[in-house]
Write a protein that binds this ligand. Structure first.
Ligand code: F6R
Length: 245
């Protein structure tokens, strides 16, 4: 596991964009696994700048996102589909027909999971998977549990997550109760993994996930077993790892 120290969020985002840019330049028809949340927004902004400067071409890139809420239509401004369009897809020359997320509106949840795993297989797997890190060690919506879930699955959101998400919705009852997420096996099958993490509030979980035991109670800890992981963390996120790097 390669841990890269960044000065702050901006520096982390620049360094992450360097890696993603290198991936796209070296393999223009690559498959990127993408994440939502606040951690990758700066990375996407950097990628957009490079596209605007003429240094990056997304025309052959395929993307598969980690997760999507169940039951939210794409046009809902809290859907991850909406997020990705807002923060990346609409701002670069990517072919929309090659951008994939789980279908949050598929009524049959087993069919939705099967379909998404089929899509990931059909694009040939992921070359570079971008991840954020949840405060409890989740990656995608793979929450702490007793086993590492393998493929795409439907997750019941915890009360804590529902409460935390209420601020983005008109009222608590509008917050989705379930989400689809790529499984740990799919994430681990990516050729390269890039995790971005920033802020002192993540320092404790960074230490536990990357320097502690590998356990499904801290899903991100499984990344220690992957052969090509880069963690780009800012100084604040690494503040509890002094002497370990
Ligand atoms: C988002 C995702 C989540 C986030 C994690 C960190 O697609 O899969 O695992 O990466 O919750 O979120 P932020 O970056 O908002 O702290």
């Amino acid at each position: 596991m390669n841990i890269v120290k960044a000065k702050d969020y901006h520096d982390m985002s620049r360094k992450a964009a360097n890696m993603i840019s290198a991936q796209i330049i070296l393999k223009p028809a690559c498959v990127l696994g993408l994440a939502t949340g606040s951690s990758p927004i700066g990375t996407y902004e950097e990628l957009i700048k490079r596209y605007q400067d003429g240094d990056l071409d997304f025309s052959q890139v395929t993307t598969v996102n980690l997760d999507e809420y169940r039951g939210l239509p794409r046009e809902n401004d809290q859907s991850y589909y909406y997020f990705m369009n807002e923060h990346l897809f609409q701002k670069v020359n990517i072919d929309a027909s090659r951008t994939f997320l789980p279908d949050g509106m598929e009524a049959d949840h087993e069919a939705a999971c099967k379909k998404y795993d089929g899509i990931i297989r059909s694009v040939g797997g992921v070359d570079l998977q971008l991840l954020g890190l949840g405060h409890n060690g989740h990656i995608g919506f793979n929450e702490p549990g007793n086993v590492f879930e393998k493929g795409t699955h439907c997750v019941d959101l915890s009360e804590r997550t529902i409460q935390a998400n209420t601020r983005f919705f008109a009222s608590e009852k509008d917050v989705p109760r379930q989400a689809y997420t790529m499984g740990i096996q799919t994430i681990m099958a990516a050729d390269k993994i890039l995790l971005v993490v920033s802020g002192e509030d993540k320092a404790e979980i960074v230490k536990a996930a990357f320097f502690g035991d590998v356990t499904p109670q801290i899903p991100a800890s499984v990344l220690q077993l992957h052969r090509n992981v880069t963690v780009i963390a800012d100084e604040a996120a690494l503040s509890k790892c002094e002497g370990m790097l």
